[in-house]
Structures are given as C-alpha cells and as structure tokens.
Design a protein around this ligand. Structure first.
Ligand SMILES: [Zn+2]
Length: 367
C-alpha cells in the first residue's frame, strides 16, 4: 500500500508576514532569543498545561528550520518509505499583517528544487491569491515548466473562492485536470483588515452579513456553501475542501442540535460538506481529514462510520495531516496513519490513503 498524505506544509518563518504574531513574531526571528523566550513563556505561565507549551515550542522550532528541505525531512521520517506528500505553499502577502522576508516566487522556487530532488515523494501545489497580478501566468509556468501538479487557495486570507480573478485559473485547472485544494475550516490564518460597511453584502447571494471581528468575519469567505457556485460554474473542477469542516464543524455536528427545517439555523460545516457530496451534484468534490482527525481520537471512529455508511463519502475523503500546523496537537504525526489503519481497517484505509488521492490527482488513465 502506498500512502499519499494530501496536505502538508513546508514554508518557513521567512514566508510569514512580520506582524503575524504581534510582538512574538519579530522576537522569535532572532535565533539567540528563541530559547530564553521559550523558558520565559514557561515561567510566565506556570499554570498552563505544560504539554501544550511544549508542543507550541515544537511548532515554533519547526517553523524556524532554515529550509523547506529540513522541514520536509522531519515529516518524511514519520512515514513509511515510499509515502508521497502534497506540499501546499502559502501566499500571505495580502492578509494585512505586514511583509514577509521573502517573496512568493522564491518560496515556489525553493519548493520546485525540493520537489525535483524528491521526485517520487513530493507533489507540489501552487499558492494562488486572486489579488496577486498575473496568477494565470504563474500557475502555467510552475505547472508546465517546474513540475507543479495542483493549486492551493486560502480564502480566509481575504477573498471569496468565487472571486472572478480566480476563474481563469479554474478554467485552466479543468482543461488540464489540475486539482484545487482550498482551506475550509473556521478560523485558521485570517485577513486582519478592518471590516468596512461595503464588505457587508455577500457578493454572490446578496445577503447582508454581520459586522464581526475579522477573525470571525473571514468565515464568510471560507463557508462551504460558496463552492456550490464555483462547482456550478466549473462542474469538472477537482476540488478538495480541506479539513472536512474543521473541529468546530465536528463539535457542532456531534454536540449541538439544529432544526434542519428552520431557515435561520446554521448547519455544521461537516454536514454542509457531507450534504454536498451526498447530493450527487458535485462528482468532483473531495474533502481531506487533515488537522481535524489529529485533534481527537474519537473522530477516527466517527470517520469510520461515515465512510462505512455511504459510498459517496467513502470515495471522496482524502488522507492528509496538515504537518507542521498539527505539531501543536495531541495525536502525533507518526501515530496518525497507524491509528487510522488500525481503526478503519485495511480496505477503508487503502481507500483514503491511496485510491482516492490517485483519483483526485487524476492518476487513473481511464478518467
Ligand atoms: Zn494546512
């Protein structure tokens, strides 16, 4: 069995805008300060769960490794040899958090070199933001000349996936059977821009939106329902909504009741994605379990029920971990594929780690 982890990151602290973590960000850039800073954090917050702090400092340590190769080698060692990884870069230039130390072009360039060094193991995607100029040229060049095989978008950084500047990119993706991966859980990395009155109308539905804090408002960009429009306009687009609704979506689904027939009531994002898949209207819609599945071991058992109960769901779930974002979580990267294999059983495990990723990546000749 050949595992494909469909969702990891290797970008470094150089790709993260200066004000991403206010105060802490600039401080941790200085190597000499990092260790005393970690001790200081521990001393200042003695009652905080020590374990969480240890995990946070592990996360900081990885993001400060000096190259994507070093970060990649860390994750590679957690998996059996022959495992493949989809690497998702990030374009954080337009999220109103200042400037990053290096350009997106250079982040892509380093990833291209890394992917050519580990050809059988790395599947690189292009990071796309509709506010950047000439994105179609960038996508074409990286895919046609540098071995990139997919496109990554991250709407909470400040745009709707229905942004018309993305349409030529979607068109190109359809024509060339290039898959798109989109971040689709609440929160995450979000645009810091102040919410102004002219932003309070949904561009597709015309609905009036609530003036929330940026952290919450950006959920309007991310909402799974935005993709109904994208997939109506591009029914052949291979699209993965990452994180299967996110842990908030799983909590809402498991612990809150809602009345399906009451118009004001919001469904959990997990249900929204499952309903879209089950509707049979979107045969090229996928989701991945990255991050979410590492938050609670119970979720693996629940995933097994979803996969066993419905063939459509079974064929559309991809394995992914969200390394190194998940270094903050309790279940360790090394254990996750083993736990999934043990709980899901050989057949279901093979479906999500091998069969479905191959179909998403258009690797079957007859499709
Ligand atoms: Zn991710």
């Amino acid at each position: 069995m050949k595992i494909t982890n469909c969702h990891i990151h290797t970008f470094t602290i150089e790709d993260v805008p200066n004000n991403f973590i206010p105060l802490l960000g600039p401080l941790v850039r200085f190597k000499l300060l990092r260790f005393p800073l970690r001790l200081l954090l521990k001393a200042l917050i003695p009652f905080t769960d020590r374990d969480l702090l240890d995990r946070y400092s592990k996360f900081l340590r990885i993001s400060h490794l000096s190259s994507q190769e070093k970060i990649f080698k860390t994750v590679k060692n957690y998996y059996p040899s022959g495992t493949r990884f989809i690497i998702l870069p990030m374009d954080m230039k337009y999220m109103s958090a200042g400037k990053a130390q290096r350009s997106l072009d250079n982040q892509h360039k380093e990833l291209a070199q890394l992917a050519s060094k580990f050809q059988d193991e790395i599947i690189p995607f292009v990071a796309v933001d509709p506010r950047r100029k000439n994105i179609l040229n960038m996508v074409q060049d990286l895919i046609e000349n540098h071995g990139f095989r997919g496109i990554k978008i991250y709407p909470p950084l400040g745009y709707y996936p229905t942004d018309r500047n993305l349409y030529p990119v979607y068109e190109y993706a359809v024509e060339n059977a290039i898959p798109v991966m989109s971040h689709c859980s609440r929160g995450g990395v979000f645009d810091r821009k102040k919410i102004t009155d002219d932003m309070l109308t949904h561009p597709d539905t015309g609905e009036t939106l609530k003036k929330l804090k940026p952290k919450d408002f950006t959920d309007y960009y991310t909402d799974p329902r935005n993709y109904e429009k994208v997939l109506k306009d591009f029914p052949d687009l291979k699209l993965c909504l990452a994180h299967f609704g996110g842990s908030k979506g799983w909590e809402d689904y498991l612990y809150h009741q809602w009345d399906e027939n009451s118009p004001g009531e919001e469904k959990s994002w997990l249900s929204k994605i499952m309903d879209m898949i089950k509707s049979e209207k979107y045969p090229n819609l996928y989701t991945d379990v990255s991050y979410t599945i590492l938050e609670d071991e119970n979720y693996i058992h629940i995933l097994k029920v979803f996969l066993s109960n419905n063939e459509l769901i079974r064929d559309r779930v991809l394995f992914g971990s969200d390394f190194y974002m998940v270094e903050k979580e309790k279940i360790l990267e090394r254990l996750i594929p083993m736990k999934m294999r043990s709980i899901l059983g050989e057949d279901l495990f093979e479906t999500v780690v091998e069969t479905n990723p191959a179909r998403y990546l258009s690797e079957f000749n007859n499709e």
